[in-house]
Every structure is written in structure tokens, then in C-alpha cells.
Design a protein around this ligand. Structure first.
Ligand SMILES: NC(=O)c1ccc[n+]([C@@H]2O[C@H](COP(=O)([O-])OP(=O)(O)OC[C@H]3O[C@@H](n4cnc5c(N)ncnc54)[C@H](OP(=O)(O)O)[C@@H]3O)[C@@H](O)[C@H]2O)c1
Length: 329
């Protein structure tokens, strides 16, 4: 498995990981075990995916079966929006470690820059009678980061990072941090290439991880059915004629071309699949190289901000949070 070295810990982060959003526990458990057997060493989950326990069980079984050691693995999880306050970081981290059945997490990300109040029994966000989320407008990134630094010192987290933060928000943390963010996980695919944010990250030795690297085809049904999004907001990246043409040149699938493109741009990818065939397909991206001309063609697919799928507006009222990170088109 190819890796990238994280600048402060010198830990090796595999450039391919298994995404697990929308994968229910009973499905993700065998999928993670299979992915590990197929050579994946990096798994991406989150409190909000409701599958940490099943992932922990798969990892534990794989280790117990003698197939590898804990040190071989790179497990990422994320502090949820409802835990986005200094007083809650340790509570959520402890719970997540228990669920994952791990002594430490390789990479802990603040999932989103905004925070919600929550029901302490169900650990779900509070929603007001008008359907709006109950925003905790006091979200203090520096205070949260300081507690995460303590947890790193205590050996509970090896690396700290951010997700869905904008450049200004990241800069503020860098300026106050003892341990700087090592990784930024953001939406990134051929339609939304995040060129400026990537340059900023390179300048600050932050590794960029692409979520939705295939354009998140599975998000379409989810957002259209659950949140009434227009289906037109989800163009078919896997079926794009240019991607198809390049895939034919290399005798590869369009998914493999989209992933390989990002890898060649020095981006870590975490495609989600629970199908054994597609988990395998998505890992076969290191045995070919996209030419410079083809890379340039793929770069031209970038729609900038218009290519964004994940704006989080499905959390009604979230754009009024002072730390809502995106400019709305
Ligand atoms: N930090 C964040 O806020 C955030 C947000 C979104 C996602 N993420 C992370 O990033 C991961 C990846 O993003 P994503 O799941 O949204 O999107 P994605 O990886 O771009 O796409 C996943 C979808 O594509 C399908 N798929 C996978 N491989 C395929 C292939 N080779 N050919 C055709 N279809 C394929 C999957 O279905 P099957 O399972 O049926 O194969 C699934 O529906 C997530 O799972 C999660 O871990 C993070």
C-alpha cells in the first residue's frame, strides 16, 4: 500500500482508504474485513455514520485472526457536530474508542466547523419546532483543538486534523496550535477540484484527503429522497464521456481513472464501497499512470464552487451558524 508521510508525527498514511458513510453495521463489518484482506490498511469512519462499533469488530477479528498488527492500520474517525465544544471532546473520543474497540485513533478530525446542541440521552442534534437545528453559536475551534492536543499527548490520538473547514478557519487553528493540523478532509473530485485550498494545504504541510472522490453517486438517492434535493444537483461523473475515453486508453474502469487522477495530484482517496468487487476494483489504481495530457483534460472538468455537492444545507438553518464554512452560490 502506498503511503504519504505526515509531517509532524512521521506516521505513514495510506493514500487509499475505505470510506464507510451510508454503510450500515451489518454490511460494513464483512466489507471492512474483506477490504483488509484485499490490502486496504486505512479505514475512514465517523461518529455520525453509526457504524464505528461494527468497524471495530471487523478490525478486532482481523487482528485476532493473525492477519496483521494494529500498527499496520490507519483508522480515522471524527468528532461529531454535536460534540463541537471543548467540554465534550473527551466524552465523545472515549465513546468512539470504546465503539471502535481501540486504544488509540490514528487520525481524529473535527468533522465540521459548526456545532449543534444535542439530546444527551440519544446523542442526536436538537431540532426546533420549525425544523431548524438548534445551533450552538459559541463553537470555539481553538478551545476544541487544545483539548484534542491534550488527547494526543495522552496517546489517545496519533494525528489531528480537520474536515470541511475553510482556509480562514484552518489558518486560525494553525496560528494557535502546538500540534498543527496534519490532514484536511474535504469534498474533492473531478467536478470540484479545490485548487486554491489544496495549494494552501501544500504550503502548510497538510495532507488533503478527498471525500466523495467518485462524485458520491450514493448521495443522490439519499439527498433526493430524504431532503428533497433536485436530482440535477448530482451529475454522473462515472459516466462522463472524457473519463470514459481515458478509461478505455488504459483498459481501466472510470472509477479507477477518477481515483488515479486524484492520487497523481497527491491527494489521498477514500472511496466508499460495500461490494467486494468494487472494493477490489477501487484498490487496483497503482498499476497504471494517466498521461500529462489526460491529467490536463481531467483538470478541465473542474466546475469550481458549482461542483460542490455537500453544502450541509440539509441541516436546516446551518448556514446561519457563525462558523458555517462555505460561500453559498
Ligand atoms: N468528512 C465529511 O464530511 C465526509 C462527507 C462525505 C463522505 N465522507 C467520507 O468519504 C467517503 C467517500 O465519500 P462518499 O461515500 O460520499 O462517495 P464516493 O466514495 O465518491 O462514492 C461512493 C458511492 O459510489 C459507489 N461506488 C464505489 N465504488 C464504485 C465503483 N468502482 N464503480 C461504481 N460505483 C462505485 C458506492 O456504492 P457501493 O457501496 O454499492 O459500491 C457508493 O454509492 C465516505 O464514505 C466517508 O467515509 C466524509
Amino acid at each position: 500500500m502506498k503511503t504519504v508521510k505526515l509531517s509532524q508525527s512521521s506516521d505513514l498514511m495510506p493514500t487509499l482508504g475505505l470510506g464507510t458513510w451510508q454503510a450500515p453495521p451489518e454490511v460494513i463489518e464483512p466489507a471492512v474485513y474483506k477490504a483488509l484482506d484485499l490490502g486496504y490498511r486505512h479505514i475512514d469512519t465517523a461518529f455520525n455514520y453509526n457504524n464505528e462499533e461494527a468497524i471495530g469488530t471487523a478490525v478486532k477479528k482481523w487482528l485476532k485472526d493473525g492477519k496483521g498488527t494494529r500498527e499496520d492500520l490507519f483508522i480515522t474517525t471524527k468528532l461529531p457536530h454535536i460534540g463541537n465544544r471543548a467540554s465534550d471532546v473527551k466524552k465523545f473520543l472515549k465513546l468512539q474508542l470504546e465503539r471502535l474497540q481501540l486504544d488509540y485513533i490514528d487520525l481524529y478530525l473535527i468533522h465540521v466547523p459548526f456545532g449543534f446542541f444535542y439530546n444527551t440521552d440519544t446523542l442526536t442534534p436538537l431540532i426546533k419546532s420549525d425544523g431548524e437545528y438548534d445551533l450552538d453559536v459559541e463553537t470555539d475551534h481553538i478551545a476544541i483543538w487544545k483539548v484534542m492536543e491534550e488527547c494526543q499527548k495522552d496517546g489517545l490520538i496519533r494525528n489531528l486534523g480537520l474536515s470541511n473547514f475553510n482556509e480562514q478557519q484552518i489558518k486560525k487553528i494553525i496560528d494557535a496550535a502546538i500540534i498543527r493540523p496534519q490532514v484536511l478532509q474535504v469534498e474533492l473530485h473531478a467536478y470540484f477540484q479545490q485548487v486554491e485550498l489544496r495549494k494552501f494545504c501544500t504550503d502548510h504541510e497538510i495532507v488533503v484527503t478527498a471525500y466523495a472522490p467518485l462524485g458520491s453517486p450514493g448521495a443522490k438517492d439519499h439527498f433526493v429522497n430524504k431532503y428533497n434535493y433536485s436530482p440535477d444537483a448530482f451529475p454522473d461523473l462515472l459516466g462522463h464521456p472524457k473519463v470514459k475515453e481515458i478509461s478505455k486508453n488504459h483498459n481501466k474502469t472510470t472509477a479507477q481513472v477518477l481515483l488515479r487522477f486524484l492520487i497523481q495530484e497527491n491527494i489521498v482517496v477514500i472511496p466508499k464501497s460495500t461490494s467486494e468487487a468494487r472494493i477490489k476494483e477501487n484498490s487496483e489504481i497503482y498499476d497504471f499512470e494517466i498521461s500529462k495530457e489526460e491529467i490536463n483534460e481531467l483538470r478541465k472538468l473542474d466546475k469550481g464552487e458549482n461542483g460542490r455537492i455537500f453544502n450541509f444545507l440539509f441541516w436546516k438553518g446551518v448556514e446561519r451558524h457563525p462558523e458555517y464554512p462555505f460561500k453559498l452560490c
